[in-house]
Each structure stands twice: as structure tokens, then as C-alpha cells.
Design a protein around this ligand. Structure first.
Ligand code: AMP
Length: 397
């Protein structure tokens, strides 16, 4: 089924075909018609499935039907958890709206407000914002909500994990009540459903089953290894397999810096990407990584959401993340929109509980491999599917 059958504004269809999209992804096929009908929607879809276009395209279509832009008044609001995601969603909007007279802005904290305020005065149709900065600007009367027609909560689970619940509720209270509400989340957990219930009492629901969470085009495997051998193993894998690029996830800022130094000692140049580095540096690192100038980027969780690189073929979990959904988000950095990808996890005995939780979330075991010379002295036990943790906190800690 081609994009033209949705009845989208031809300017959008042209932009999509210029980007090389040939057919809609599953979430797009399901969500676009529902949103075009003006219905409220909650959808379980993780990053990498084409979910951004599934709400951005129908929103841009709706906005293109009338020209009502007024200064400081936005017409669509997209709430996102991180700056990186705000930038990424805004980039997509600009690509899709290329042939339309619609404007957008990414608004997030940690940078000077002046330019964002000026852009709002000049006129913004679609605002992509993190909750804290948005409330701040609203409090300063830099933005008004009475013209809002549609709002999106993107990566709602992540926003709740990051403690944005009060901010989101405040924003929902301040928005007009008769607008269209859309919520996207990797999983529809009870917490997410509670949030949805208050804002969207009777939504249309789209859900992709848990075992579909592992995308078929991502080859997932893990290597069991002792904790103190992980950095040597990673260097070995990079050199032996001549990896062109890898996005390497690690739990802590300190760990990221240490690993970069360890790789450097073995002649491998890598950069650490984490919240301790300035926004300007993070933006530059991402650009250089996208351009292939940086081959190995070591990122903490903050990097997981905002990185959208078409040709990224490989993600490495140096640590296993907690909670399990984070694993799904991380591996979603690769194999995007049907390209082939590879997700490799380095698993030591102390990662065992996280491994069980991840495999239970996926609904299947991840293939185990051993690498000669790195066989663990402390073996990782056989996994338990349908594992139920006793404590909710990270069992690795
Ligand atoms: P998302 O899940 O929204 O982060 O999108 C993942 C990637 O897929 C982005 O790089 C999009 O540009 C790309 N994409 C989205 N929809 C399509 C499509 N229908 N065909 C090909 N690529 C797409």
C-alpha cells in the first residue's frame, strides 16, 4: 500500500518520496488513518519502527488545511523526554514539511532561552518540547496554548521514568480540553495507562505484541565474559571483526570515560557521550558520529533516544540496561526502518538478573556465544524466562 492512499496533502507525499520512503511501516499503516479521523490514540511502538512519521505526517496534513498561525500561539505540541529526541523529531518535521509553509521548533533546557523565545514570536506551528522548559516558557508568557489543536506525548514511558509526571499533568491541565491527544510509548505499562486514563479517557489503541518488540532485522546475540575482561574483549571484537562503527552503551558517565581511555590505550579512538558533557559537545559528537568521523561512540542512557543514524549497523551493550525496556530502546538505534542491524551484549555473571528480565520482556532467549580466549571463569547461569524480580530497583547495583 503506497503512501498516496492515506489522502495526505500531496506536498507531504512528495517530501516522503524524496526521502526514499517506499511504503509505510506497520505503525504508520495503523496510526495514520486513525489520527486523520481526529481520534485520540494510544500506541505501543518503540523507536525505530517509523513511529515519528506516524504522528507527524497526519498532524502536518491537518495543519496544512488552514493558515491560522499567530505569534506565540502554537497549533501542535509534541512532548518528548530529552533534548536529543526534541532535535531529532524537529529535524523530521522539517524534512516532511519541506514543501509546506509550516514552521516548527525544538525547545529544551540547558541552552539560552532567547532564540527559542524569538522563534515563538516569529511564529511556530509545531512545537517539540521537553516538559520542564515548556512550563518555564509558559510561565514567562512566551507561549500560549489556546490555539493548540493536537498534542502528542512521545516516549511516554521514558518521560514517566524520568520523573516528568507532575510536569506533564500541569501541561495537560493548561491545554484546551477539546484537543486531540496522542500517546506513544515503547510499552503500555500500568503507569503509562494511568497517565493515559486521566488525559485520554476513551482512546483508540494500537499495540504491537511483546514478541514483536525484537525486530526481525536486528540480529541479537550476547557474549558471556568476566566483568574485568569486558574492555579487552571489546577491543578484540573491534579489531578482529574490523568493525567500521559501533554505538556502545554503558551505565555510568565515569564508566564511559574510563572505557574510552582503555580503548585508546589499545589504539582505538573512541568518544564518550553523556550528560556530563555540554550540549554543544554532544551535538558535535553526534554529527561527527553520523558523518563517520567518529567510529566508536560510548554513550550512557541519555544517548539512547536521540540517535537516528540510517547506516548504523551495530549497537553494543557493554552493560545490560535496567529496566528491560531500555534494552529495546537501545537496540532500536540499529536496524531502523528495515535496514539490517546487529545488537551485541557483553554479559557477565553480575548482569544475570537484568538478562533474565530482558529475555522475559522479549519473550525469547538471546543467542549466546563465547569468544576464544575470553571464556568466563564465573559462568553466567542458564536464563529463566518469565522472570519476576523481587525488587524493582536495578538488581545490578
Ligand atoms: P522512528 O521510529 O520514528 O525513530 O524512525 C526510524 C527511522 O526510519 C527514521 O530514520 C526514519 O526516517 C525512517 N523511516 C520512517 N518511516 C519510514 C518508511 N516508511 N520507510 C523508510 N524509512 C522510514
Amino acid at each position: 500500500m503506497p503512501f498516496s492512499t492515506f489522502g495526505l496533502n500531496p506536498a507531504l507525499v512528495t517530501a516522503i518520496s524524496e526521502l526514499g520512503y517506499q511504503k509505510p511501516t506497520t505503525i504508520q499503516t495503523k496510526a495514520i488513518p486513525v489520527i486523520l479521523q481526529g481520534k485520540d490514540l494510544i500506541a505501543a511502538a518503540q523507536t525505530g519502527t517509523g513511529k515519528t512519521a506516524s504522528f507527524v505526517l497526519p498532524i502536518l496534513h491537518q495543519l496544512s488545511q488552514a493558515q491560522t498561525q499567530k505569534k506565540k500561539r502554537i497549533r501542535a505540541l509534541i512532548l518528548v523526554p530529552t533534548r536529543e529526541l526534541a532535535i531529532q523529531v524537529d529535524e523530521k518535521i522539517q524534512q516532511y514539511a519541506k514543501h509546506l509553509p509550516l514552521t516548527s521548533l525544538a525547545m529544551y533546557g540547558g541552552v539560552d532561552e532567547k532564540a527559542q523565545k524569538q522563534a515563538l514570536i516569529d511564529g511556530v506551528d509545531v512545537l517539540v518540547a521537553t516538559p520542564g522548559r515548556l512550563l518555564d516558557m509558559y510561565g514567562q508568557r512566551a507561549v500560549y496554548f489556546e490555539e493548540v489543536e493536537v498534542m502528542v506525548m512521545d516516549e511516554a514511558d521514558r518521560m514517566l521514568d524520568m520523573g516528568f509526571i507532575d510536569d506533564i499533568n500541569k501541561i495537560l491541565d493548561r491545554l484546551p480540553s477539546d484537543i486531540q491527544h496522542l500517546l506513544f510509548s515503547a510499552t503500555l505499562s500500568n503507569k503509562v495507562r494511568d497517565l493515559a486514563k486521566s488525559a485520554i479517557p476513551d482512546p483508540f489503541e494500537i499495540s504491537i505484541a511483546a514478541n514483536q518488540a525484537s525486530k526481525a532485522n536486528i540480529e541479537q546475540w550476547l557474549i558471556t565474559v568476566d566483568k574485568d575482561k569486558k574492555s579487552a574483549l571489546l577491543s578484540h571484537l573491534i579489531k578482529e571483526n574490523q568493525w567500521q562503527q559501533a554505538l556502545i552503551f554503558i551505565e555510568t558517565k565515569h564508566g564511559a570515560a574510563k572505557l574510552a581511555a582503555q580503548l585508546e590505550k589499545r589504539g582505538i579512538e573512541a568518544e564518550a557521550f553523556h550528560s556530563g558533557r555540554s550540549q554543544a559537545i554532544r551535538t558535535r559528537l553526534l554529527e561527527e558520529f553520523k558523518a563517520g568521523k567518529i567510529r566508536y561512540l560510548i554513550a550512557t542512557g541519555v544517548g539512547a533516544r536521540g540517535i537516528d543514524i540510517h547506516e548504523l549497523t551495530r549497537v553494543v551493550n557493554y552493560d545490560l540496561p535496567f529496566p528491560a525496556d531500555e534494552y529495546v530502546h537501545r537496540i532500536g538505534r540499529t536496524g531502523r526502518a528495515d535496514a539490517k542491524g546487529e545488537a551485541i551484549s557483553l554479559v557477565s555473571k553480575d548482569n544475570f538478573k537484568n538478562l533474565c528480565m530482558i529475555e522475559s520482556r522479549l519473550g525469547h532467549l538471546i543467542e549466546r556465544r563465547e569468544v576464544a580466549g575470553f571464556e568466563p571463569k564465573k559462568p553466567v547461569p542458564i536464563s529463566i524466562l518469565n522472570y519476576v524480580p523481587k525488587h524493582k530497583r536495578n538488581p545490578q547495583q
